[in-house]
Design a protein around this ligand. Structure first.
Ligand code: T46
Length: 131
């Protein structure tokens, strides 16, 4: 399951402040935050799903196309506004392409664990079709 969350933002002449707080705009308590930067437009990233990790993805700067696939429906979201966060929960394949000056912040409910990754698309389809 995935959907967009609108974040509260407060702007004035001095700038903009954007808020995430649990449980209002943040559906879980954060145990890890990482940033993806220094990307280039031609090299895509991702190509995996998670077995149980919950995530919020925000483009702090620039834009990126994120394709999300739950095994039945596939959607590409252009993430180019830091007041819009993608929430991903459950087994969802993700591909990130067309990075343009992008800095991504990813908030997670769990620590890094390679065992939580499904990196083979055929295995992902087998698992999601069983559900
Ligand atoms: C995801 C998308 C949106 C760590 O050592 N610790 C970490 O917390 C993470 C996330 C990664 N790594 C290491 C593992 C790899 O050697 O960093 C390297 C790059 O990771 P990966 O190739 O998985 O990066 P992306 O951009 O394809 O995917 C990342 C996240 O891994 C993934 O959970 O959903 O961003």
């Amino acid at each position: 399951m995935f959907h967009l969350i609108n974040l509260n933002s407060h702007s004035d002449t001095s700038g903009r402040l954007i808020v995430l707080e649990e449980p209002n705009s943040l559906p879980f308590l954060v145990r890890r935050n990482y940033f993806i930067s220094n990307t280039n437009t031609i090299e895509p990233r991702g190509f995996h799903a998670h077995k149980s990790q919950k995530q919020i993805i925000i483009a702090l700067n620039g834009s990126v196309d994120i394709t999300l696939d739950d095994g039945k429906n596939k959607e590409t979201i252009v993430l180019n506004d830091p007041t819009k966060a993608i929430y991903i929960e459950g087994i969802v394949w993700r591909e990130m392409k067309n990075f343009n000056n992008c800095i991504l912040s990813v908030l997670c409910d769990s620590l890094y664990c390679e065992d939580d990754y499904i990196r083979d698309y055929n295995e992902f389809i087998k698992i999601t079709n069983k559900k």
